[in-house]
Write a protein that binds this ligand. Structure first.
Ligand code: ADP
Ligand code: ZN
Length: 527
């Protein structure tokens, strides 16, 4: 690339998009794309992905960029923006009548557009194929590329067919560059995308996932509506999104907020399209302060000044959670991401998981749920935990999460650890940890009494602490090698050489209190 070319790109950036400089990575991505390489882009929401294919489309001497996007609702918006910027663009989808479609196709074939947006199902069906066969395609841009992976959180079967662009069409597009973009891709999903789209030696650009202006916090969920109201009163100007697990919950929470004088609206797939659109509009333009939404809300909602994203219910996976929270603070100013956690939500999600058809689906969903629960319980940096999920190592304290800003209380659990290990020993090292905890907490269940474990000296010694505390302690001890579990299906707990050190009082066990595990004092106070 010559200097003149480089200047040319900056010039186009200013002239057509009104930006003075490129965001981090945009420049490198665009250079690779313009050089004709396949490019794979992972940039967080708000990172400026659209420009990465829109500017090359403008810079291409000839031909049209075909943009594949899953959301018909967003196409209009994108095309409007481009047109306003003096970039000829259009979309083809089922919302248009046949005459209009025909006209746009003719214009596309005549080379009038720099970009043509299409949903994958249209592109890969007969009309799309017929058009592609005659269109001078300079590049394919695959937006929301994670939709191609079954391991992603938003798998769309029609995305699977996109691999044929490379392999089919009599080789017509064998050399046409492809740029794939997504905001969320675990290493596994990333691999899937590259393989399924048959990308050739793609230039991969991955932006840091850390959003330093977002504050991450997990709060124990009590009564969530008053908790939300408290926040709204403390932050009278803040507008934001409350994510809920079901349509009914969206309605319910929106109604309650409204009853308290907050301009809140629901948003979910069960609403008529025009209501949904009106509600989204009201939120974007500030007529509604809060939108209570299912995950149906958000992809591509471009409201830069969202000051908070709440999760009133437990999300089902980290990727979705990360993407949803990423809709806060796109203007770069501070914003709060608060998840209200309750163990009961976990049980509800498990119930739904059990309804899933195949064992593989169940296992996958369960594993995802485990990760969310672990994230909520972590006593370490939340940002580190999130980034680790996306394969990014972030040592140290981020300084913008609850655990970093207010380190959780550390308690001396040495004596409790001794009780626990003794209970393992007294029950003969033949049981799983839940049984041991039941014995410690003084359970009179048949499983306990039938074995005579209610007569052991350790029975009831751990009554003063909730089961969650003991589970945390078990995990801690296993992690540090003071306790072990058998490899077989029984997961029997047994003592290790290092257990003795604890039992003899030679090592101290310190346990950080997870914010969402209720401390014993609070528990006692309420019972
Ligand atoms: P993404 O698709 O990655 O979520 P967008 O492409 O929607 O992000 O861009 C997010 C916002 O950032 C948009 O409002 C866009 O106009 C703005 N933006 C993109 N690139 C730049 C830039 N180089 N300078 C300033 N603003 C930019
Ligand atoms: Zn942190």
């Amino acid at each position: 690339m010559t200097v003149a070319d480089a200047d040319h790109l900056s010039h186009l950036l200013k002239q057509h998009f009104g930006h003075d400089e490129f965001r981090p990575l945009q420049r490198a991505i665009i250079d690779d794309a313009v050089a004709g390489r396949d490019v794979f882009v992972i940039l967080p929401t708000g990172g400026g992905k659209s420009l990465c294919y829109q500017l090359p489309a403008l810079a291409d001497e000839t031909g049209t960029t075909v943009v594949v996007s899953p959301l018909i609702a967003l196409m209009q918006n994108q095309v409007d923006l481009l047109t306003a910027n003096g970039i000829p663009a259009t979309f083809l989808n089922s919302t248009l009548d046949l005459d209009e479609l025909y006209q746009r196709e003719q214009d596309a074939l005549a080379g009038k557009y720099r970009l043509v947006y299409m949903a994958p199902e249209r592109l890969m069906a007969a009309p799309g194929r017929a058009l592609l066969a005659r269109l001078n395609v300079s590049r394919f841009a695959i937006d929301e590329a994670h939709c191609i992976s079954e391991w992603g959180h938003d798998f769309r079967p029609e995305y699977r067919m996109l691999g044929e662009l490379r392999t089919g069409y009599d080789g017509r597009f064998a050399d046409t560059p492809v740029i794939a973009l997504t905001a969320t891709a675990t290493p596994r999903v990333a691999q899937d995308i590259v393989r399924e789209l048959a990308l050739r030696d793609p230039a991969q650009h991955q932006g840091g996932f850390e959003r330093t202006n977002l504050y991450y916090e997990i709060r124990p969920k009590q009564k969530v509506v008053p908790q939300i109201l408290d926040y709204l009163h403390e932050n009278p100007l803040a507008e934001g999104i409350v994510y809920c697990q079901s349509r009914k919950r969206c309605e319910e929470i929106a109604d309650k907020l409204k009853a308290s004088g907050i301009a809140a609206l629901p948003y979910h797939a069960g609403l008529e399209a025009d209501v949904r659109e009106a509600n989204q509009h009201a939120f974007i333009f500030g007529d509604a302060r809060v939108v209570c939404a299912t995950i149906a809300f958000g992809m591509g909602v471009d409201k830069p000044d969202v000051r908070f994203v709440f999760h009133a219910d437990l999300p089902r996976h980290i990727e979705g959670y990360y993407q949803e929270t990423g809709r806060a603070g796109r203007d770069g100013l501070p914003a709060d991401c608060i998840l209200f956690y309750s163990g009961g939500d976990r049980a509800k999600i498990e119930f739904f998981i059990n309804q899933k058809e195949t064992q593989a689906e169940q296992d996958h969903a369960r594993q995802q749920l485990e990760q969310v629960v672990k994230y909520c319980h972590t006593t370490g940096c939340r940002t580190a935990a999130l980034l680790q999920h996306f394969g990014e190592d972030r040592p140290g304290a981020c300084g913008h999460c609850d655990n970093c800003l207010k380190p959780p209380q550390v308690v001396d659990a040495t004596e409790d650890a001794q009780k626990l290990l003794s209970a393992v020993a007294r029950t003969g090292q033949r049981f799983g940890t839940s049984h041991v905890i039941n014995v410690l907490r003084g359970s009179e269940a048949e499983r306990v009494t039938s074995r005579g474990h209610h007569e052991l000296s350790v029975h009831g010694l751990g009554k003063h602490q909730p089961a969650g505390y003991w589970r945390q302690l078990v995990e801690h001890l296993i992690h540090h090698g003071h306790l072990a579990l058998s490899d077989d299906e029984y997961r029997t707990a047994y003592l290790t050489a290092a257990s003795k050190d604890v039992l003899k009082g030679e090592v101290r066990i310190e346990l950080a209190q997870s914010r969402v595990a209720k401390p014993s004092s609070e528990r006692r106070a309420r019972t």
